[in-house]
Write a protein that binds this ligand. Structure first.
Ligand code: PLP
Length: 413
């Protein structure tokens, strides 16, 4: 148990007890869940918040004339305030609800991008991006005659900063990079890269999908123009996410989708739009998702975040140490600073065979290209086995992983 001066606590046994799904057998063995980069598990508090919404105050938000709708609206908008505080947004109106990281990036590409990207412009992404932070820019570039340029990596899997600097010029209109790589766990020096890109007048977007559950995020300190993430990787439900943006940029952008909620007045002579954040929130939103995401943030806020970070750093260090003693294991990606995800190959076996052999022992990992095919092409491998952690994992889980790999090896020989 670790106590801190701020009186918040982090007790791993208590935290594990908060996640009901962890306490079950899978294929005859106690579950070891090492796939939190794909989606985090949900604490009872999140499950309860969603149940309470449906059993106590299910209503549509914003336009109701009754008490249940008032309560739903209050909780819904309170979640927005929680997100704003969580990422240190100057204003709550800069927090927009989307379906997730993917939709947030598509929104920026098709709203900001359509009006601000032109022929010959350049969009810089890194070579380790998730497809969600590549394909929307490729589509935009195709529509506008612009170019998407990947920033290469160094041999450890860090973004090559020298190469990045040499790619910067006035032609670069956008830098779009992940805060933490989902495939390798590399923590990228985003604040520094943002400052350098801004010196050339570029707009900057940070894909925080893999960062929000592991690192403190302060959008003002980062200095980015857009920051995006998904609720389901932050102990909340699927189907809800966040687009945070600089107010002046969001004000200047045309709506992404249209219909109810996002309007001010509608007539057959024309329509005027609602202000922020509603201008970008057409239709009935994912109310249960927003309620659950607020509860997920509240859950994390109640823990000692420094102790959580120390715990997760210890898990990563312990995994690296164990991997060095595991014959035949090749680490994929050795970035200076890694968070959440550990990728590897074993005895030259196909990653999916390893994943299957681990699953038979109740150990859940992710295998394949992790939606980062350009990265796998750069590394000249078909994919990796990825073990990814969250605050509810412990050293026993890592011991089970390596015991599982030792057993798997017997079948690979
Ligand atoms: N970006 C990164 C770095 C991710 O890890 C993911 C999901 O794994 C995404 C984007 C896409 O997130 P979602 O599928 O929740 O939209």
């Amino acid at each position: 148990m670790t106590a801190s001066l701020n009186s918040k606590m982090f007790n791993i046994d208590k935290v594990r007890a908060d996640f009901p799904i962890l306490h079950q057998e899978v294929n005859g063995s106690p579950l070891v869940y090492l796939d939190s980069a794909a989606t985090t598990q949900k604490p009872q508090a999140v499950i309860d918040a969603i149940t309470q919404y449906y059993s106590g105050y299910n209503s549509n938000v914003h336009r109701g004339a009754h008490s249940l709708a008032d309560k739903a609206t209050y909780v819904f908008e309170n979640s927005r305030k929680q997100v704003a505080a969580f990422i240190n947004s100057p204003s709550v109106n800069q927090v927009l609800w989307t379906r997730g990281t993917t939709e947030s990036i598509n929104l920026v590409a098709q709203s900001w991008g359509q009006t601000n990207i032109g022929e010959g412009d350049e969009i810089l992404v890194s070579a380790l991006e998730h497809h969600a932070n590549i394909v929307p820019w490729q589509i935009l570039a195709e529509q506008k005659g612009a170019k998407v340029i990947p920033i290469p990596l160094d041999s450890a899997g860090d973004i090559d900063q020298g190469a990045f600097e040499s790619l910067l010029s006035e032609r670069v209109k956008l830098l779009a990079i992940s805060h933490v790589s989902n495939a390798l766990g590399s923590v990228n020096p985003v604040a520094d890269m943002i400052a350098k890109a801004k010196a050339y007048g570029a707009v900057t977007l940070v894909d925080g999908a893999q960062a929000v559950a592991h690192l403190p995020v302060d959008v003002q300190q980062l200095g980015c123009d857009f920051y995006v993430f998904s609720g389901h990787k932050l102990f909340g439900p699927t189907g809800v996410g966040v687009l945070w943006g600089q107010e002046a940029l969001l004000e200047s952008m045309p709506p992404y989708q249209s219909g109810g909620e996002m309007i001010d007045t509608v007539s057959f002579d024309g329509t005027t739009f609602n202000g922020l954040p509603f201008k970008f929130e057409a239709g009935t939103p994912h109310i249960e998702g927003v309620v659950g995401l607020g509860a997920g943030i509240e859950y994390l806020n109640a823990l000692d975040r420094d102790a959580v970070k120390r715990h997760e750093d210890d898990l990563m260090a312990y995994t690296i140490e164990q991997s060095e003693a595991c014959d035949g294991l090749v680490r994929i990606g050795q970035a200076k600073h890694q968070a959440g995800a550990f990728s590897f190959l074993l005895n030259g076996a196909h990653p999916s065979d390893i994943g299957m052999l681990l699953d038979q022992q109740g150990i859940a990992v992710r295998t394949g290209h992790h939606c980062a095919q350009p990265l796998m092409n750069t590394l000249a491998i078909p994919g990796t086995v990825r073990a990814s952690f969250s605050l509810y994992n412990n050293r026993d889980d890592i011991d089970r992983l390596f015991a599982g790999l030792a057993k798997a090896k017997q079948f690979l020989l």
